[in-house]
Design a protein around this ligand. Structure first.
Ligand SMILES: *[C@@H]1O[C@H](CO)[C@@H](O)[C@H](O)[C@H]1NC(C)=O
Ligand SMILES: *[C@@H]1O[C@H](CO)[C@@H](O)[C@H](O)[C@H]1NC(C)=O
Ligand SMILES: *[C@@H]1O[C@H](CO)[C@@H](O)[C@H](O)[C@H]1NC(C)=O
Ligand SMILES: *[C@@H]1O[C@H](CO)[C@@H](O)[C@H](O)[C@H]1NC(C)=O
Ligand SMILES: *[C@@H]1O[C@H](CO)[C@@H](O)[C@H](O)[C@H]1NC(C)=O
Ligand SMILES: *[C@@H]1O[C@H](CO)[C@@H](O)[C@H](O)[C@H]1NC(C)=O
Ligand SMILES: *[C@@H]1O[C@H](CO)[C@@H](O)[C@H](O)[C@H]1NC(C)=O
Ligand SMILES: *[C@@H]1O[C@H](CO)[C@@H](O)[C@H](O)[C@H]1NC(C)=O
Ligand SMILES: *[C@@H]1O[C@H](CO)[C@@H](O)[C@H](O)[C@H]1NC(C)=O
Ligand SMILES: *[C@@H]1O[C@H](CO)[C@@H](O)[C@H](O)[C@H]1NC(C)=O
Ligand SMILES: *[C@@H]1O[C@H](CO)[C@@H](O)[C@H](O)[C@H]1NC(C)=O
Ligand SMILES: *[C@@H]1O[C@H](CO)[C@@H](O)[C@H](O)[C@H]1NC(C)=O
Length: 843
């Protein structure tokens, strides 16, 4: 049967076939030369081309169509490769310098995002519009970049680049809309040719070493600017903020100074902004340094999400109108200014977005409005520390995660509140009273609780064992820091602490706790504890032997109590201990010689034990509060550097160099010391103490110790402070102590020492007579008593002592003195028998 179709319809049909064919070719893909080019590029790019997913198909039978490969973007119409995204291409990246020819196949490349360790050339990419070379280690800018005059967006951020910008090339890129040079070391003045970059929308120059003035004629010509960040440079002079007045598109302005003397004037000449900012950060610059006023242009801002005016010495009333005006405000940072007056909340609307308020270190007075949690229902961080707030703490805290009200004048009892969402609560240094946390309070998520330096009083309910409901703080399984120090708490050390399985830093010092430490090791979940500080209480009884179950303990502070009996040898089992204070107790018996078994100096551990990271603090992920669209993916403005200090650092006090020093965080890792002073310890000083070669401070003063100062003390090579005063030590001061090069405080006063004082060499040249006074038989400078000939030639240490010294010392002593004597006699003999000229010749 003949086909009924006419010639015309057949042609029409054919055309359709061709179109279908063409269409399928189109979807099949990319141009063969470009596909081959991509394979070549991938081979050059990666050590292990097969291992990396970049520049390969994502499966689903798309091997042919390179337009669908990862990292490749093609033009819809021409199917030519228009974008290549090869940054951060994974650990398979080669250390490479791409040949320019590798990019030759991609005639229409517009976007190129590249990870490269150096770059030889990028020629012939005449269509390139975006070049992203951020986060590499370029070290040098390939000059061919400056010929890419079609570029609209360029990022060289974070490349270790420094020196002056090569202006001859740079100034050609006048079509740039986005320029990101942040996180390098670029120097010199801002290039004046920036004035020719009239299309610029984004200017990110933070974290460089640009210097000189910020020119006031720059911004009026850059009318398209939306984003400006100039933070952390070396700018000087006075920047007139009003020069931005007509930048009607400006949304983000960031300038954080580093005390370089840059002054910022926002008031003169009078002006009205055409912009509505979303992010305004102007911190630590000399802002309006004469008038100290808040920038008045803020009266006309209603779109702000982020305000950071911290560290500016601004005076005047706290600008709550700014909060009222900007209903979408999320982040308010006004710390370290001189703002006054009470915090009022006459807001017409709730601020649903507000999650961070920091007005710490100002002069705010009055009460904390109880409405705060309804005005800001989603507030997560509130820092009002170091102001003059008074009155009571409002009963409702909403969903706060972090509350810092320390260093104010809050009074009254802690309200019964739901603390369930709180992770960090700091109320230190106020006038709060009553129970530290009401028994009924829910503190499930509490990680750090600082209630020190208040007037909390009474006994802490002991806990489940003894029926009463345990105090609130005994209920958080997450609690790492607990500081109840400097209050008026009484009764026994709370036994409910054993419920705290995560507790690491326990401070109960300076209270009225009494009685013995519990006689079982379950005081706290023993193995987690790093600091145990009960100094300055009225604790009694023996130091329990179970102390060795604190296997992680670094700091043990039992000083200024009434502990009695011997120092338990179990103390020597504390393999991680660094600081021991048993001073000012009634301890008796000998110093255990096993003490040398504690290492004191082992800081091999990679993790800093004196820090804790608050888990779950990612709720503060700042990236959510403002999103700015830009091609270069520039970081969220205003977020950098404003991250809550999730690194909480332990702080400990210890007397060294005759002063009470505070050691915080990391420093603690480098401190080690033992203070046994002001006890009733007897017997000799064990020579094994000399093996504590990492010890920095040793205080054995005010005891009843006898015998000699061990020679082995000359091995305490790190020691800075050594106090042996007010004992009954006798014999000579070992002359080799002068080898202790870090010693800056040394005293052996009020003992029965005899013989010559150590040579006035090295550190010993700095010690005056107070180091030695009260030893009637000591002689030599700096004492007034001169040594007699007998004392000059004072005998080596008593043989009976040398016997109990370690073998090294015995060997040393038995060889040193004879050798010295032989050499000395030998020289005399030579001088005596040789004629002068022969002696010279022989020398
Ligand atoms: C290109 O084509 C894809 C799929 O047909 C479509 O989703 C996309 O929007 C197009 N892009 C442009 C720039 O036309
Ligand atoms: C750039 O283009 C010129 C002229 O089209 C050509 O001679 C040269 O080889 C090209 N350079 C590279 C690296 O491909
Ligand atoms: C701006 O560009 C013009 C030429 O396009 C040039 O003459 C002038 O010097 C440039 N200005 C600056 C400040 O570099
Ligand atoms: C802003 O524009 C106004 C009106 O054109 C003008 O008077 C003023 O000088 C301009 N200010 C700046 C800083 O360019
Ligand atoms: C407080 O701000 C001043 C500048 O006004 C600055 O010098 C000082 O370092 C800041 N203090 C703190 C603790 O940041
Ligand atoms: C912003 O606050 C100022 C000062 O209270 C006020 O004069 C102005 O009317 C407020 N603007 C708006 C839009 O509420
Ligand atoms: C609240 O609203 C009232 C009435 O609309 C208005 O008069 C007042 O200025 C507003 N207060 C604030 C702080 O915006
Ligand atoms: C609160 O602010 C003070 C002073 O600005 C600061 O030292 C402290 O770390 C802040 N507290 C928290 C929890 O961030
Ligand atoms: C603290 O508050 C009490 C009253 O609660 C008051 O007597 C005292 O003067 C205040 N102290 C300071 C420094 O403001
Ligand atoms: C404490 O708070 C947690 C979390 O909100 C909740 O699950 C728990 O039931 C609360 N416990 C009490 C006793 O209120
Ligand atoms: C300490 O608490 C006791 C009662 O436990 C009380 O009698 C005493 O006055 C308080 N001392 C101070 C200084 O608050
Ligand atoms: C280049 O990248 C930008 C931002 O990612 C995008 O908007 C633009 O469409 C891209 N152009 C091409 C040709 O891929």
């Amino acid at each position: 049967m003949e086909h009924p179709l006419t010639k015309c319809t057949r042609m029409f049909f054919l055309l359709g076939m061709v179109m279908i064919e063409l269409q399928s070719y189109g979807s099949l893909g990319c141009w063969e030369d470009e596909r081959a080019g991509l394979i070549k590029l991938k081979d050059a790019l990666f050590d292990d081309p097969i291992g990396s997913s970049v520049l390969s198909s994502r499966g689903g039978g798309e091997e042919r169509d390179c337009c669908k490969w990862e990292g490749v973007v093609c033009d819809n119409a021409t199917k030519r490769v228009s974008g290549l995204s090869l940054s951060y291409a994974s650990e398979f990246r080669n250390l490479w310098s791409p040949e320019a020819s590798l990019f030759a196949p991609f005639q229409e490349l517009q976007n190129l995002s590249l990870a490269s360790d150096s770059l030889t050339e990028l020629t012939n990419l005449t269509n390139l519009e975006m070049l992203h070379l951020g986060g590499n280690v370029l070290m040098e800018i390939p000059s061919s970049i400056w010929d890419l005059t079609s570029l609209k967006a360029l990022s060289l951020s974070g490349n270790g680049l420094n020196g002056l910008l090569p202006l001859r090339g740079f100034c050609k890129l006048v079509n740039l809309q986005e320029l990101d040079l942040s996180d390098n070391g670029f120097e010199g003045n801002l290039p004046s040719c920036l004035m020719n970059f009239t299309s610029l929308r984004l200017l990110e120059l933070s974290n460089n070493k640009f210097e000189g003035a910020i020119p006031s004629n720059l911004f009026p010509v850059l009318k398209s600017l939306e984003f400006v960040s100039l933070s952390h440079n070396l700018f000087e002079g006075t920047f007139s903020f009003s020069s931005l007045a007509n930048n009607s598109k400006l949304e983000v302005f960031e300038l954080v100074c580093d005390n370089n003397g840059l002054k910022v004037d926002t008031e003169n000449p009078p002006w009205t902004p055409l912009f509505q900012l979303k992010v305004f950060r102007l911190s630590n610059c000399k802002l309006n340094d004469k008038s100290r006023v808040l920038p008045s242009f803020l009266l006309n801002q209603f779109e702000l999400r982020t305000i950071d005016l911290s560290h500016n010495s601004i005076s005047g009333m706290i600008p709550m109108w700014l909060v009222a005006n900007n209903t979408r405000l999320e982040f308010l940072e006004l710390a370290n200014n001189s703002l006054t007056d009470p915090l009022t909340l006459d807001l017409n609307s709730t601020h649903l977005g507000m999650y961070w308020i920091d007005i710490s270190s100002n002069h705010i007075q009055g009460e904390l409005p109880s409405l705060i949690s309804s005005a800001f229902p989603n507030l997560k961080y509130l820092n009002l520390s170091s102001n003059s707030f008074q009155g009571s703490i409002p009963p409702s805290l909403g969903d706060l995660k972090v509350l810092d009200l320390s260093n104010n004048n809050f009074s009254g009892q802690l309200p019964f509140t739901d603390y369930a969402s709180l992770m960090y609560l700091k109320l230190s240094n106020n006038c709060l009273q009553g129970q530290p946390l009401p028994s009924k309070s829910n503190v499930t998520n509490l990680f750090a609780l600082f209630l020190d330096s208040n007037s909390f009083s009474g006994e802490i309910p002991r806990g489940i064992m003894n029926r009463p409901i345990p105090s609130g703080f005994c209920k958080s399984k997450e609690l790492n820091f607990l500081d109840l120090s400097e209050n008026n708490l009484s009764g026994g050390v709370p036994s409910c602490l054993k419920n705290l399985s995560s507790l690491r830093f326990l401070h109960l010092q300076r209270n009225e706790f009494r009685g013995p430490l519990p006689n079982s090791p379950s005081l706290v979940s023993a193995s987690s504890l790093v600091t145990f500080d009960v100094r300055d209480n009225k604790l009694q009884g023996k130091i329990p032997g179970w102390i060795n179950s604190f296997s992680n303990l670094r700091v043990l502070l039992l000083g200024a109590n009434s502990f009695e009996g011997p120092i338990p040898p179990q103390l020597c089992d504390l393999g991680n201990i660094r600081i021991i204070d048993l001073s000012h107790n009634e301890l008796s018996g000998p110093i255990p010689s096993c003490l040398h078994g504690i290492k004191l100096g082992d800081r091999k551990s990679f993790d800093d034990p004196f820090r804790a990271e608050m888990e779950g603090s990612s709720v503060f992920d700042p990236s959510r509060y403002y999103s700015y669209e830009n091609q270069l993916g520039v970081d969220q403005p205003g977020t950098l550097g404003i991250i809550i200090e999730t690194d909480l650092k332990e702080e400990v006090q210890f007397i060294t160099k005759s002063r009470l020093e505070t050691y915080k965080g990391n420093i603690l890792q480098f401190m080690s010391g033992i203070d046994l002073s002001l006890n009733k310890l007897t017997g000799p000083v064990p020579h094994e103490i000399g093996y504590l070669s990492d010890i920095h401070a040793l205080n054995l003063s005010h005891n009843h110790l006898i015998g000699q100062i061990p020679e082995s003390f000359s091995n305490l090579s790190q020691i800075e402070s050594l106090d042996l005063s007010r004992n009954s030590l006798s014999g000579q001061i070992p002359p080799k102590l002068v080898e202790l090069n870090y010693l800056s405080v040394f005293t052996v006063a009020y003992n029965n020492l005899s013989g010559r004082t150590p040579d006035r060499k090295a550190q010993f040249a700095t010690f005056d007579e107070h180091s030695y006074e009260g030893n009637s038989l000591l002689c030599g400078v700096p004492l007034e008593r001169r040594c007699t000939t007998n004392e000059e030639m004072s005998p080596p240490p008593h043989p009976s002592h040398a016997v109990q010294d370690d073998t090294f010392k015995v060997a040393f002593l038995s060889t040193f003195w004879p050798t010295y004597a032989v050499a000395f006699v030998g020289i005399i003999v030579i001088l005596y028998f040789c004629p002068y000229h022969e002696f010279l010749i022989s020398v």
